[in-house]
Design a protein. Structure first.
Length: 328
């Protein structure tokens, strides 16, 4: 069992570095292929790796295996939460995601890590439904549950990571419905705390994504140099993992910054990068939905450049936003 735990720790370390295939190979070759009994937590972890690699059918098979039989309550709850993530982000099946979250919450011990994980995922489902108030409320509940757990067991990297995810998700929900200035300050605080945790964990993909969140918050304050610094840090981290979903969304964000800072030629270059990612199918429907929502909020920014600079005359971009007619 000690050897099994060591393999799990190595796989988690590889995951945090964005080495999802290495993590999957470790789990497959050193546990799944040779152990007569596979704990639910191994199936859950393997499912997450397959999910990140885009192997959705393998991912869901592992999550179902984790929930099968009589596993520990927390692992069964996490399996249903993982299924909800697959349904929401991978399939855009929000009804299926809601059903899985109801099952996850039914299994989760109260105020536990698994309970908080399910509430965080419920917030993502609300985001996909454009219900930003309920989304931020769900993320807030997850944060409130996880904060004492982080203090109670400060060596548990899973708890720290989930806490940082919830903090970042709250900040992202602010960007999509942006209420009051004091909430902006709260979003900055949460995102900065999340970034610090992800740096300490060595989670390079989430370092990239949280720098992107902070860059967008800086854009909202019209601090364009600061926003660019965050995006440069995001690009450095994203290049290390070469995770295409993150790189695609970063191209979109940098295009918006370039337009806000009156550099339309730079924006077009970033949109060309983005269009290439779209054509290669590197974004999931959940990503596209969130980007369409962001575009609807800043559509006027693109309007300013549509005639003279043909910013939208980029393959992949115009198809993504059919409500915005391209100039003839």
């Amino acid at each position: 069992m000690r050897d099994l735990e060591a393999v799990i720790l190595r796989a988690k370390a590889a995951h945090r570095k964005g080495q999802f295939r290495k993590a999957a190979n470790l789990l497959q070759e050193e546990i799944l292929d040779i152990c007569p009994y596979i704990p639910a937590k191994v199936y859950n972890l393997m499912g997450v790796q397959q999910r990140m690699l885009g192997n959705y059918m393998f991912a869901i098979q592992h999550f179902k295996a984790a929930a099968k039989g009589n596993p520990p309550q927390d692992q069964k709850s996490l399996a249903y939460t993982n299924m909800a993530d697959y349904s929401c982000v991978g399939e855009n099946n929000l009804e299926g995601a809601e059903h899985s979250i109801d099952l996850a919450l039914g299994e989760a011990p109260p105020a536990s890590y698994a309970h908080a994980a399910a509430m965080n995922q419920r917030g993502l489902i609300y985001l996909a439904r454009d219900d930003f108030v309920r989304a931020s409320y769900a993320f807030g509940i997850a944060i409130d549950m996880l904060e004492p757990l982080v203090k109670q067991d400060f060596l548990d990297l899973d708890i720290k990571g989930r806490y940082a995810h919830a903090l970042r998700h709250w900040a992202e929900s602010f960007l999509l419905f942006g209420p009051a200035k004091k909430e902006h300050e709260k979003a900055e605080k949460f995102a900065q705390e999340a970034l610090e945790i992800f740096y300490k964990l060595g989670d390079r993909n989430m370092v990239a994504k949280t720098n992107m969140t902070l860059g967008k918050l800086a854009m909202e304050r019209e601090e364009f140099e600061e926003a660019n610094r965050y995006f440069v840090h995001a690009k450095q981290a994203a290049d290390e993992t070469n995770y295409k979903r993150t790189l695609a969304r970063l191209s979109f964000d940098r295009a918006e910054l370039s337009l806000r800072d009156d550099y339309p030629s730079h924006a077009k270059s970033y949109l060309e990068e983005f269009g290439e990612h779209v054509r290669r199918g590197r974004l999931e429907e959940h990503d596209l939905h969130m980007l369409r929502k962001r575009f609807s909020l800043v559509k006027g920014l693109y309007e300013n450049y549509r005639k003279d600079d043909e910013i939208l005359a980029v393959p992949g971009f115009e198809a993504l936003f059919p409500s915005f007619e391209n100039p003839q």
